[in-house]
Design a protein around this ligand. Structure first.
Ligand code: ZN
Length: 150
């Protein structure tokens, strides 16, 4: 059995206790709601897109440490990035947490998000780790309905 302590890295615990960009954006021109019924994680992601770049991003809601830390770090890394870069990072992050083989340079691109690599040992936690990203994806696509991981 993999050790749970390897999953809850300090940086994950720190972000879950003090999430960054944890606010509703009044200027948001894209938003979506995401729900993971398996764990009860429930977030709304707000994005202010200028042209094709993410000018500002925030989130609100509640969930477990993994889902909240993932949302927090996602908002941190995506601010100022283009929407295409955001989708690319999501694809790489998804590979990381599902334990799929990663290409050269993927880890470098992911930067601090690499702390979530331990999630691949806990399949039930993959939905927690990717919820904010699925929700962001829906927001960028302009989908109105709630995204569910089920
Ligand atoms: Zn969760």
């Amino acid at each position: 059995m993999p050790d749970l302590r390897d999953l809850y890295q300090d940086v994950i615990l720190e972000h879950s206790k003090a999430p960054r960009n944890f606010r509703e954006l009044s200027a948001a021109n894209h938003k979506a709601e995401g729900y993971n019924p398996l764990c009860g994680d429930h977030f709304t992601v707000y994005v202010d897109i200028d042209g094709d770049s993410i000018r500002d991003i925030g989130f609100q809601g509640s969930g477990c440490a993994i889902s909240k830390a993932s949302a927090s770090m996602m908002t941190q890394i995506l601010k100022g990035k283009s929407t295409a870069e955001a989708e690319q990072l999501f694809a790489r992050f998804h590979k990381l947490v599902t334990g799929a083989p990663t290409a050269n340079g993927d880890q470098t691109e992911l930067g601090k998000l690499a702390v979530f690599s331990g999630v691949s040992e806990f399949p039930v936690r993959v939905k927690c780790a990717t919820l904010a990203w699925h929700t962001l994806h829906a927001a960028l696509e302009g989908k109105q309905q709630t995204v569910s991981t089920e």
